[in-house]
Design a protein around this ligand. Structure first.
Ligand code: SF4
Length: 325
């Protein structure tokens, strides 16, 4: 018997897999990459967690489909920020179900806990997620199964309902107790990873979609640097440190020019192409102001396709006016 698990990396998803594995059922952990997590930074961690409990890990890249099917018109709306959690879970189950045949798996599990999130994990919401999965009888939530309607895997005896749990609510005491019991350490705090639940990132995203069409490569640029929207609408992304500068340097987006100060140390910057002359001048001033430059001196800023002179602004407070977040 084999099951596929929705695996976010969080404690609940790890424990839901462990409970099923302890019944002698093989588990393949499916981590859906929506583009809004921090997959590259977390892959080693996720592999470590899967190794610990004895699950195989597969990453399912659904970035493009996520933009097409979920992000902009979620049938069941958004949570507190830009997070369409109900539609998102349904989407993840729906696409994971397509792998059932490949892995010769019989059902799917997740770490959802009844009552843990008021909007997306109440009884109605869990029922909606199951419907959206298009395989509602094949979904098992091991952490709360005893409080939920019986599913086919339980009915058919593929999995022993008696050994599943009845966790309800926001307290994580039971989960933390199990983690301690099995020696699981260094797991992520709850909701770690999804930027759509982050207020700052959600504001950046809202600003972006109000001004542009979001494409896959835009998602990574939204994660980096200090972001400003200039008066005529051009976007400026300023690296805050070496890590940001390297990420911006590696960007291949056709929407931006890469800019830096000539003859002084300063940040790497992405600046929107086709900007007005006024925005170009303001961008040059901002870039000079964020560099190691002297007040009153004029510097050339190289935008790759053109050079604009910039001066250090008297106060960085001026820039706060244009900060998106
Ligand atoms: S927190 Fe993010 S990844 Fe998780 S269900 Fe909500 S939108 Fe999807």
């Amino acid at each position: 018997m084999r099951a596929l698990a929705l695996f976010s990396g969080g404690l609940d998803s790890i424990l839901s897999m462990k409970i099923v594995i302890d019944q002698g059922i093989e588990v393949v952990a499916i981590h859906v990459n929506t583009g809004f997590g921090s997959l590259n930074d977390r892959l080693t961690y996720m592999q470590k967690m899967c190794d610990f409990i004895g699950a195989k890990l597969e990453v399912l890249d659904l970035k493009e489909k996520y933009l097409d099917e979920v992000l902009f018109e979620p049938q069941y709306g958004y949570g507190k920020n830009f997070n369409p959690c109900i539609d998102c879970h349904g989407f993840m189950f729906r696409h994971t179900a397509k792998l059932l045949e490949k892995y010769e798996a019989s059902f799917m599990i997740s770490g959802e806990v009844l009552g843990q999130r008021p909007m997306s994990q109440n009884k109605d919401a869990l029922g909606i997620v199951q419907k959206l999965s298009l395989h509602d009888d094949l979904v098992v939530r091991p952490l709360s199964a005893k409080l939920l309607p019986i599913s086919k895997p339980e009915r058919e005896g593929w999995i022993d309902r008696e050994k599943l749990l009845d966790i309800w609510g926001r307290s994580r005491a039971v989960q933390l107790g199990i983690a301690k019991e099995i020696g699981l350490e260094d797991f992520e705090p709850p909701a770690g990873g999804c930027l759509l639940t982050d207020v700052q990132f959600s504001n950046r995203l809202k600003d972006f979609v109000a001004n542009d069409t979001l494409e896959i490569e835009d998602i990574d640029t939204l994660k980096v640097g200090r972001q400003l929207r200039l008066p005529d609408g051009a976007k400026l992304i300023i690296g805050r440190n070496q890590e940001d500068n390297l990420k911006l340097e590696a960007t291949n987006s056709k929407k931006y020019l890469k800019a830096r100060i000539v003859d002084a140390t300063g940040p790497l910057v992405l600046f929107e192409k086709n900007a007005s002359e006024a925005d170009k001048k303001m961008a040059a001033d901002f870039i000079v102001s964020y560099g190691k430059t002297e007040a009153g001196k004029v510097y050339d800023v190289n935008f790759g396709e053109f050079i604009v002179q910039g001066e250090k602004l008297a106060s960085k407070d001026i820039m706060q006016k244009y900060l998106i977040v």
